[in-house]
Design a protein around this ligand. Structure first.
Ligand SMILES: Cc1cc2nc3c(=O)[nH]c(=O)nc-3n(C[C@H](O)[C@H](O)[C@H](O)COP(=O)(O)OP(=O)(O)OC[C@H]3O[C@@H](n4cnc5c(N)ncnc54)[C@H](O)[C@@H]3O)c2cc1C
Length: 300
């Protein structure tokens, strides 16, 4: 493209100018990322990236569209692990009979994201790779002990969701790496689960949210994991809050201790959703609500 053509396009495009690529396979996508300059980006559903491009907060020189890469789609069981392809949409997660049977918290969390229009195109891979602490899936992936499968020029590597988030929009993915899939152990049959999200209105990001997965044996909580959304620069794994409930029958003082432990690690910014103090407090409230529902589900 000539400089004059590029200048003409600059005048008519809301985002900056970019070249569009549509690879047919994951290896082609990875090869393109390696060949093109460092401002090349993959695009999945586009529901986080395109708004950033329209504001010119993201100015990719090349967009590599993963929509034609069939191998990145779908949900399957691999031994005792569930595997979700990165390009599986939030709508497909809601409709997955396998997930509904094995890990229904995926559906409850996906249904808390935005609205059907966003969920038809938005993918689980884009949601977790984005690095936005407001995204709902990352805290759930920490709770499920998920592993992210990354593919780059030198092959495949796996990173635990709990190690993946470094700071807002900064992740452990290296340049040129594409998230191919998410893997997590299928939670035990009869486990309890809940995702509680406080939001100002339908379609809003969380003021605070909590994901809980637990097991109950003999009326008491045997194992528990808790993740928090949008109350820090990254999703948070609430280890102390989970430890507070293990071995208990979740009475009121225990719930209060767990809520206080969740509030203690929350470091939200003050924004239109409330003061930092309020949002940290809500992290505790969401934790207590999610624990209560998860415990009831495990006992029913
Ligand atoms: C009105 C509105 C409301 C929303 N509300 C919520 C909400 O409440 N909760 C919530 O969680 N989200 C919300 N979202 C965001 C939505 O869920 C996005 O779809 C999601 O965050 C990103 O998924 P995507 O497939 O659209 O990714 P894209 O927008 O295409 O990509 C996002 C980022 O991830 C990178 N990326 C994408 N796929 C990969 C991959 N496979 N490997 C490596 N990098 C990749 C891209 O390069 C880009 O940097 C909202 C969006 C809108 C427009």
């Amino acid at each position: 493209m000539t400089a004059a053509n590029r200048a003409d396009r600059e005048e008519v495009l809301i985002p900056g100018s970019f070249e569009y690529h549509r690879p047919a396979s994951l290896s082609e996508a990875v090869a393109l990322l390696g060949q093109l300059d460092s401002e090349a980006r993959v695009i999945a559903g586009g529901h986080s990236l395109i708004p950033m491009m329209k504001l010119r907060l993201a100015l990719p020189s090349h967009l590599i569209d993963l929509a034609g890469v069939a191998e990145l789609k779908g949900v399957r069981l691999d031994g005792s692990e569930l595997v979700i392809g990165a390009m599986t949409t939030q709508h497909e997660i809601i409709g997955s009979a396998l997930l509904q049977q094995q890990a229904p918290i995926l559906r409850e969390t996906a249904e808390a994201i935005a609205d059907p229009q966003v969920r038809y195109l938005g993918t689980i891979g884009g949601n977790v790779a984005n690095g936005d602490p407001g995204n709902d899936m990352p805290a759930l992936m920490m709770t499920l002990s998920a592993t992210y499968v990354l593919r780059g020029a030198s092959g495949e590597r796996r990173v635990a969701a709990r190690d993946y988030y470094l700071s807002p929009y900064e992740t452990a993915a290296g340049p040129g790496e594409v998230l191919a899939a998410i893997r997590f152990p299928a939670p035990p049959q009869g486990h309890g689960w809940a995702y509680e999200k406080l939001k100002r209105k339908v379609g809003d990001y969380a003021t605070a949210a909590a994901a809980v997965i637990l097991t109950v044996a003999g009326g008491k909580i045997g194992t528990c994991a808790i993740g928090l959304t949008n109350v820090g620069g990254t999703p948070l794994f609430a280890n102390d809050a989970a430890a507070a409930v293990i071995g208990t029958a979740l009475d009121k003082p225990v719930l209060a201790r767990a809520a206080a432990a969740a509030t203690a690690i929350a470091e939200p910014a003050a924004d239109g959703r409330g003061s930092a103090e309020y949002r940290a407090k809500m992290a505790g409230v969401m934790t207590a609500r999610a624990l209560t529902r998860a415990f009831a589900r495990a006992r029913s």
